[in-house]
Design a protein around this ligand. Structure first.
Ligand SMILES: *Cc1c(COP(=O)(O)O)cnc(C)c1O
Length: 379
């Protein structure tokens, strides 16, 4: 048996299965596209994809062609949509393996059509309308022009339009007026596309928050991401189970005398003689450094929440076990739960996010790492 890990990100695929089944039921007639971008929000795209498909998801959503290729290389043949591409991207492989492609501009379309010619088959495209997020997507004033180009490329057999789609700015606030105004713009764009292209097109606009709170926006397909991982974007997602936990082990237990400063900058000092535990994880592992400065960062050791004291370092944090000599029962090698599913009242990724004013999305992707970055070494 290999030695226990210094630090471990544990993924509970049972939780993923449970969450996907819940979303499939909730989606009702809409197909479910499970979003596995950023390596499945740090949970492992291939494992999550397989589990999700097994649990009833029909589609997979990714951001980049590399992410789509990773799924295909793993033997996953389910429909995949990839939606964020850079100029001069080569779409040949994606088209050859049947990956559906988001298209938001004439330039996108021309590149995708080029890939289709090289692959010798039509590219399945999802036309993205920008209804008010002002991020990716075709602005309404350019929509008619884009549709003309799509019609021409459809005629020539290079593309096969399958869907019109968009993304909300305020889906986490289910009553926000922009949801209805974006939906109105979407419906208009969808109607224009079906008329101009003379065929039915799928409609999809709901992320997790809209899937959970706005059944009227489910349409043909929903695109949940964060809810698949068991994190609730909007409140009321009590049925979800967080799939990721972050664990480590106590590396050292020792007594430090009263009045000593602890960790860099001495932002905390021992009020009495103190027993402290050293835990070998830090900001290089995705534990945000600012958590230490909140004074309210806790981890579970021996099944009990205990305060982390002082700054979070690159590779370590220090936990206060209480006055020296108290029967805390903690010994070197004990498991430490940094965050988990919260079922035993233990810490959660959501609590971390709330403490430092961010969202749980950033916590799990930070801990899970971002294998998508290319590293260039300049000598
Ligand atoms: C990330 C993403 C989603 C999923 O969003 P969640 O809030 O995680 O459910 C859906 N659609 C698009 C276009 C996305 O970029």
């Amino acid at each position: 048996m290999s030695a226990p890990a210094r630090a471990e990100v544990r993924i509970d695929l049972g939780a993923i299965r449970h969450n996907v089944r819940h979303l499939v039921l909730l989606g009702d007639d809409a197909a479910v596209m499970v979003v596995v971008k950023a390596d499945g929000y740090g949970h492992g795209a291939v494992d999550v994809a397989r589990t999700a498909l097994d649990a009833g998801a029909r589609w997979l959503g990714v951001c980049t062609l590399e992410e789509a290729a990773q799924l295909r290389a793993a033997g996953i043949t389910a429909p995949v949509l990839s939606w964020l591409h850079v100029p001069d991207e080569d779409f040949t492989g994606a088209v050859a393996t049947g990956v559906n492609l988001g298209v938001a501009s004439r330039r996108d379309l021309a590149a995708v059509a080029g890939g289709a010619r090289a692959a010798g088959r039509p590219a399945r495209i999802h036309l993205k309308i920008d209804t008010g997020l002002s991020r990716n997507g075709c602005p309404p004033h350019a929509w008619g022009d884009l549709l003309d180009a799509v019609a021409a490329h459809t005629e020539s057999g290079e593309v096969e339009p399958v869907a019109v789609w968009t993304h909300f700015a305020h889906a986490d606030a289910p009553a926000h007026p922009t949801i209805d105004s974006q939906t109105d713009r979407f419906d208009e764009a969808h109607a224009a596309a079906t008329t101009r292209l003379g065929r039915p097109l799928m409609a999809h606009l709901a992320n997790s928050a809209a899937t959970l709170t706005r059944p009227d926006l489910h349409r043909d397909l929903v695109r949940p991401g964060i809810a698949v991982y068991g994190l609730d974007p909007v409140g009321g997602g009590d049925h979800l189970r967080p799939a990721m936990s972050l664990r480590s082990r106590v590396a050292l237990v020792k007594t430090v005398a009263a009045g000593e400063g602890v960790s860099y900058g001495h932002i905390w000092s021992t009020p009495t003689d103190r027993d402290l535990a050293l835990v070998p994880v830090g900001y290089a592992d995705g534990v945000p450094r600012v958590l230490g400065a909140t004074g309210r960062f806790e981890v579970a050791v021996g099944g009990r929440c205990r305060p982390v004291v002082g700054r979070v370092c690159m590779d370590q944090v220090v936990v206060d076990l209480g006055p020296a000599g108290t029967d805390h029962g903690v010994v070197e090698g004990d498991e430490v739960l940094l965050f988990g599913d919260g079922r035993d009242g233990g810490p959660t990724a959501t609590e971390w996010a709330d403490l430092i004013g961010t969202i749980h999305y950033e916590i799990v992707t930070g801990v899970g790492g971002r294998p998508r970055l290319h590293r260039t070494v300049v000598a």
